[in-house]
Design a protein around this ligand. Structure first.
Ligand SMILES: Nc1ncnc2c1ncn2[C@@H]1O[C@H](COP(=O)(O)OP(=O)(O)O)[C@@H](O)[C@H]1O
Ligand SMILES: CC(=O)N[C@@H](CCC(=O)OP(=O)(O)O)C(=O)O
Length: 259
């Protein structure tokens, strides 16, 4: 079975032009078929602030009213996605930018209003495998923004980018042997969040429960690990959490998930 790499890049790197440039150069140099999923939460928060709109995050998710949906659509599916595509084209990588609505790539369902009303936030409910296969087998490199769509009413919805990466990886797993790599600004899952040398090399479900109970993992690391375990349990062959600047290292020098 052919291997496809699904790489996710997080918002702190997307917001740092030098780190992003280096990461995109390494991504472009990766051998074989690949998909890039990007976040950009930090830039959306900064642009919202500039427009006088306050950001509310609950459990790592953005409360998205109609005005915020307009902003995140412009920022993720426009500004960030197109700049990444242009930079990859400049590196000789034939990238094609999409959000979940394009080619029906990621259908979603709006979250129920209880217990928390997140507004226009969706959880993935379907994957456009035919679209993805046509692009990948056609030699294109999909670059996916974390905006999905609800086919029942055609509405765009905001979706956590780690969840989008997991959905793409799981969706491709029946067809290819899939490797999912979450790249961010730290070296992996750390025992001490302030010590980059404290990377935990391997995490299984039992250790994850202990790390949560001890408060070693928190904040944005929780949805990342939940998505990582969901991917491993759903047929993705290899899942790694690592530093963006280590993408070119063999094995990525980060945390590998096991079940
Ligand atoms: N044990 C841990 N190891 C590494 N990061 C952790 C840990 N616990 C909490 N974190 C926090 O999780 C953040 C990553 O989540 P998030 O900001 O959502 O990632 P991304 O940049 O991919 O969007 C890190 O910046 C760090 O502050
Ligand atoms: C619903 C929801 O929370 N969506 C995220 C999508 C972007 C994202 O996840 O970006 P990072 O990977 O940079 O965190 C948000 O708007 O922040």
């Amino acid at each position: 079975m052919q291997t496809v790499k699904v790489i996710k890049i997080g918002g702190n790197v997307v917001d740092d032009p030098e780190k992003l440039q280096r990461f995109l150069r390494d991504f472009a140099a990766l051998e074989g078929p690949k998909v890039l999923v990007h976040g950009g939460g930090k830039i959306a928060t900064a642009i919202s602030k500039g427009l006088g709109i306050e950001t509310r995050m609950i459990g790592g998710r953005r409360v998205t009213d109609a005005e915020t949906l307009r902003i995140v659509t412009m920022v993720y599916a426009g500004l960030i996605n197109k700049n990444i595509v242009a930079a990859l084209q400049n590196e000789g990588c034939n990238a094609l930018g999409l959000c979940g609505a394009d080619g029906g790539l990621i259908r979603s369902k709006r979250r129920p209003a209880r217990p928390v009303d997140y507004g226009f936030v969706g959880d993935p409910a379907g994957f456009g495998l035919d679209t993805a296969v046509a692009l990948i087998d056609g030699g294109l490199v999909p670059v996916v923004a974390p905006i999905t769509y609800d086919p029942e009413n055609g509405s765009l919805l905001n979706t956590n980018a780690d969840t989008v990466a997991q959905t793409v990886a799981v969706g491709l797993a029946g067809r290819y042997s899939v490797e999912l790599v979450f790249c961010f600004e730290k070296r992996g899952v750390l025992r001490d969040v302030n010590d980059d040398d404290s990377v935990i090399p391997e995490i299984g479900p039992a250790l994850y429960e202990r790390l949560k109970a001890d408060g070693v993992v928190a904040d944005g690391m929780l949805p990342k690990l939940d998505n990582a375990f969901k991917a491993i349990a759903s047929g993705v062959k290899n899942v790694v959490i690592c530093a963006a600047e280590r993408l070119s290292m063999p094995g990525y020098g980060g945390t590998t998930l096991c079940n």
